[in-house]
Design a protein around this ligand. Sequence first.
Ligand code: HEC
Ligand code: HEC
Length: 141
Amino acid sequence: MKKILTIAAAMLAISACSGQNIEPNATPVKVASLAGNSPITDVRPAEEVSVYPSRGTAIERTFAHQPPLVPHRTTYALSTKKNGCLTCHDPKKAKRMKATAVDVSHLKADGSFNNEYYFCDQCHVAQADNKQAIIENAFTK
Ligand code: HEC
Ligand code: HEC
């Protein structure tokens, strides 16, 4: 019993010390982010969620060798254990799944998949009906 009390007292002491000192009149921290500058004390409504096409037809490419945009949702499993994208885009399965096979550049000389291309979303992004403000960039073809 005494031991339990000692432990409880020690835990109380630790928790009493670990509390942060909150400055009541602290000026709000200004965070400059892509979503705009807003003091973190502000409560603002969440951004509208992007809407992805549910069934895709290929989206026209804007320049040669552009990784084509994904014309469907991208929530398929994509981890070291499972690649849901290859379920349809693997050259051996693509025809049956009515999808385009991965580009030949994604294959090794013997025709097997080159794992350097494993994480598809590194290069392929979904085309979404995106309600968020467009971020300017200086890309030219
Ligand atoms: C259920 C099957 C299926 C799965 C799973 C799937 N796709 Fe697709 N994908 C399709 C179909 C069907 C199309 C439209 C036909 C086409 O262009 O290949 C398509 C189109 C694409 C295209 C456009 C091809 C082009 O030439 O414009 C890309 C890129 C793509 N998918 C990438 C992905 C990625 C990345 C994943 C995983 C996150 C994925 N797909 C998972 C069926 C699938
Ligand atoms: C390192 C970047 C990169 C990664 C990773 C990558 N791709 Fe690609 N992919 C490209 C590029 C670039 C092209 C266009 C090739 C060209 O036109 O020269 C392409 C083309 C494609 C195409 C169209 C092929 C055609 O014949 O029109 C499909 C489908 C595709 N990729 C699916 C995938 C899938 C599925 C994965 C993951 C398993 C993946 N890619 C991973 C860069 C990438």
